[in-house]
Each structure stands twice: as C-alpha cells, then as structure tokens.
Design a protein around this ligand. Sequence first.
Ligand code: DOR
Ligand code: ZN
Length: 347
Amino acid sequence: MSTSLTLPRPDDWHLHLRDGAMLAGIAPESARHFARAIIMPNLVPPVVTGAEAAAYRERIRAVTGPGFTPLMTLYLTEGTDPADVVAAHAAGIITAVKLYPAGATTNSASGVRDIDRVRGVLEAMAEAGIPLLTHGEVTDPEVDIFDREAVFIDRVLDPLRRALPALRVVMEHITTADAVDYARSAPERLGATITTHHLVINRNHMLAGGIRPHYYCLPVAKRERHRAALVAAAISGDARFFLGTDSAPHADDAKLAACGCAGCFTATNTLSVLAQVFEAAGALDRLEGFVSRHGAGFYGLPVNTDTITLERRDTPISYPAKIETGAGPVTVFDPGFPLHWQVAPAA
Ligand code: DOR
Ligand code: ZN
C-alpha cells in the first residue's frame, strides 16, 4: 500500500470564505492546501456587481497573500445587469455566476424567484462562455426537503439547458443519485461538484441517535444509496465530477441554536478525509483527477504546477477540533473515523 502520494496542488471549486473576522480566521485553512478556489458570493449583503467582487477579492488576498488565488463569482439577482457581468468577466474579475433560488439556503433572500426574469443575463453568459453555478434545489414548500434537488433538475435545470444549450453549467454540491445520473447524461458543458462531507455522511449520521447540528448542511445529506452514488462518481475518473468542498463556516453559537445554520466546515481536514475515502474505495490513484485536474479542465485553466504530498501515518493524525476566529469558534468537520493521511508540511 502506498504511504505517500504527491499531487498537483488541488483546487476547491466551491468555497465560502465569508468576510471580516471570520474571513481572517478561516481563509488560511484553505490557502494552506489549495491553490485556487471558486469563492461563493452569499455575503451579507451579497456580492452582486463586478466592483463588489473586485473589492471582496482584495479583502481575501489581504488575508491569504499571493499563494492563493480566489476565483470570484457574482450572486445572480433579478436585477443583475448583463453588461456588468460580461464586463467583469472580460476584465478577469469574475470566473462564474451563482444561481441561488430565493430562500434555498444561507443568505439567499436576494436570489432568483423566477428564472425567466434572468433570461437576458443567462443568454449573455452563454454567449460569453461564463459558467452558471447552480444551487440546485427548488424552494416550493410543497416539495419535501429530501426531494428538492431531484425536482430542481426536472423543473429548472433540464428546461434551462434545453433552452440555452450553449450555457456552461456546474451542478454544485450534488447529493443524489439523480444528480449523478443527470450529470452523466450530458456530453459536454455540464460539470458537477461534490463536497467532502457528502462523500462521508448520510442522513442517518445526522439524525439517528440524536441530532448532530454540525452535519446539517444544504442540500441536506440523503439516504445511503445516494452517498454511495456520489462516491462512485467521485472515484470514477469521469472528468465531469470534481471537488467543491462547500466548506461553510458558521460560529458554533449559530450552529447550536434552535434554528441552526446550514454548513459543514471541512477546509481544515478535507484532503485527509478525501484520501481516506478514496483509499477505502481502492481508488487512491483517482484522487488526483478529482482534486487537481478535472475542475481545472472544466474551467479551462491550467493544472497547478506545484505539488503537495499526502503521507499515510499508522497512528491517527491530529487536527484541531475547532478553529478560533474573531467571530467565534468554528467546529471542524468530524468524519466519524480516525484520519491517517496528513498533508506534508511545505518543503
Ligand atoms: O450548507 C450550506 N451552507 N449550504 C449552502 O448552500 C450555503 C452554505 C452557507 O453559506 O452557509
Ligand atoms: Zn455553498
């Protein structure tokens, strides 16, 4: 069995870095291991214009320094100006645009209620080759929360892709076999990110024997057969599937509340957890594609030239249970099993 694995430096194609004291506290956790990340725009208030994305990028860079490249996104609203999106992309300020159905998740109130109202923006994006990143859940209160992803594919995503076949789309943080099947059915211009935590937990881990708020995220973890389908997709070597951690910090007091926030914070130990998941599936040789190559390919970016090395330890590695930030402590994702793979310190 291999005891060390050297990979091109990975990228995280879906990351929440927040702002202010939280940003300062948690951004180093990602910058330590990842070269680039697609940065989610769901701040309060959201990142809506190119100018706001440029300013946010500077705040991130001020924390991480030059070794980490934040790839910015805009939060799509029904008032988004297509010309601003295209100009921000042409100027290299943004990489993609994020669709939050209004009310679907954290800070999504300014999101899209009626997809027809953003048709002009989507057409401009298709024309300019700007990817649309979807939070793929319907918000219809009639639809059970465990079905919201599958219903989104039928009601929103598939009609959208048929109407605008040139639009490049990433199905973000997929959680179901339905989403895996849909991504596989599309020959091109469609990618799908998979989080670390959805490869590890199913809904029983969150709800059986007591409620575990740190496993609550959106889309919510589903049945075991869906988790297994995600693992099968991640380890398949299929370049349409790539890592987007959706690492989403909330201070513990916001998680451990009567109405707790959605989000798992995995930045600190993501690569250790993934190495273990791939090893357990007998697919360590496919980890490189999932974390270092497929996403870059989708976005038309070069694979990173520097490397990181993962080392397998006989005794479990230690990592902090919490990251202390100026906005309060943030609990690090507990996969529920000891971790044996450690990212070697930079030489
Ligand atoms: O669990 C989640 N947390 N899912 C999301 O879609 C948003 C994220 C957050 O921003 O906290
Ligand atoms: Zn997210």
